[in-house]
Design a protein around this ligand. Sequence first.
Ligand code: ZN
Length: 643
Amino acid sequence: MIPQSKIDEIIDAARVEEVVGDYVSLKKRGANLLGLCPFHQEKTPSFTVSPAKGIYKCFGCGKAGNSVNFIMEYEHLDYIPALKFIAEKYQIEWPEVQISDEALAEEKRKQREKESLQIINNFAEQYFAANLQQDEEGIAIGLSYFEERGFRPETIEKFKLGYAKDNWDHFTQTALAAGYNQELLIKSGLIKQSEQGKLYDAYRGRVMFTIHGLNGKPIAFAGRFLKPDPKSPKYVNSPETELYHKSNELYGLYFARNAINKAGYVYLVEGYTDVIQLHQAGVENVVASSGTSLTENQIRLIKRFTDNVCVLYDGDAAGIKASLRGIDMLLDAGLNVKVMLFPDGEDPDSFCRKQGPLGFSAYLDENKQDFIRFKTSLLAADAGTDPIRNAELIKEVVQSIAKVPDAFKRAGFIKETSAALKVEEQLLITEINRLLRNKLSQQAHTTIPTPEEQPLNYEQEIKQLIDVQAQDYQEKDMVRLLINFGHLPFEGYQNVAHFIISEIALDEIEIENQLVHEVLNETHKQLELGEPDVKKLVNHMNPEVSKFIAEILAMQYDISPNWEHRYDIIIDKMEDKYLEDIDSAMNRLKLKNTEKLIKLNKEEMLKAEQEDNFELLNDCMKVHQHLLTQKSKLSAKPGTVIV
Ligand code: ZN
């Protein structure tokens, strides 16, 4: 657990304009700063930072929050890791976790080994790159290979492509002469030792791809053999080290992360050269699983950055069918999956070279299709009219649909699949509900009783959603007033905040929105210490609360983001009538609450009636009368317009 004092220290140090300023170039505009939003594509800046309020807000995409929210959003970190990230920026010491001496020593040893391996890899990266550019053999074989593929010099430089000489121990000798430790060189996988104890290079006569970690540093290498030789594998990869865990990495992610943030999705390809070709074509939100099938950890890594994946396939049917399972894994993780198939015999690399950047991007946009649609048509073509294979096909597709987390999307797929396969919708729904129930009962380790088979009612789901939001509105509006006017006087109370808290407690108004609940609790605590403090809310421990507050604070700019003067006037006007506003907002909240109580009481009444419980029925009638009187009183008050 991190002590609160440490969290406060970090938050106090973190200036929102500095934290954001590391990522976005900000220009002064009145009291605020303005820049291009890092979360969506834009040409005119609408991303505003308010140093005074300690928040940022984008008027294009609506993202808002404090420094910690920004780091969470941009770096895709949880709350505590985001705090740690900021602590590092400001060189604030992070509290050490208490662990045993042996564990600590082991941890330190691993850390040292990691650092040493990093240094060796940095050296190797430079060595291979220099071979490609300066060595006669490197230029003749390596560079010409990359040039033949159409790689431009700046691409070769960016991805740190290199060449390993066709020589027994040139790298080994160079590294040892430069003073690198033999044991660590072996651990890094860059050199090997024969049974006779002779040291030799692991990569010989290969073009080299550097695999970068999320921090952009070289953590591993892959060497591609250029001569067709059945005795040598086409690729040689670094072994697992303290620095490199193959199943945790995605090739190209370091170069893709900004573009993924902006585009909101990622392309998944197979090989290193696919990633590089796409980059050259201007498509930068692309990563590769490096030839292996996707792992759980790689999927988790994707999910840190985006929920939307588009898998790019070569036009080879057998290969596609083999990888359908891997894509089901993406669906299992709750990702939205699209698929794009290249024309027969083409892969992203070859296709990119033929089409050029523009043609390629256009092809991507036109030919992306939904995975489930893709899978259905692929399998349907295969099954033909064979009834047994068709039954299998339906089962197979239904399994994928059941993995889609969003109920509305599921409904859409059910409709489509039913049309495409000429199957009754109801049949698909029944099958999917059965799968979903099985999944739920597996998760709960209990059996959920089978209810009567009923199609999911989506209209009802939408209605509930809207109802909840309407209820929400009154509560959120109260927070808006609390934040803007909480410190101002209110007759008979310490201040406005005190009035709001007291009224809600006195009338036993049940707050449904958890965030509003937390805001009120925090304000209550502050009032006991003195004045309400908006800064404390902006930097609330719960990042959801801080985002919520930032959004409300930023609502004020919404009036006119670049028009400070006008904004001041409007706020002045708002202040003039704040007492009225608070009074009517409180009435609306009470009215909502009364209506809720009436509804609950009615249900109770109905139950009493069914059970012939006349005593309870009598009580309910009295409560009903009382609530109705209360409702009409509240409705009669001026300004109680129901939103
Ligand atoms: Zn934006």
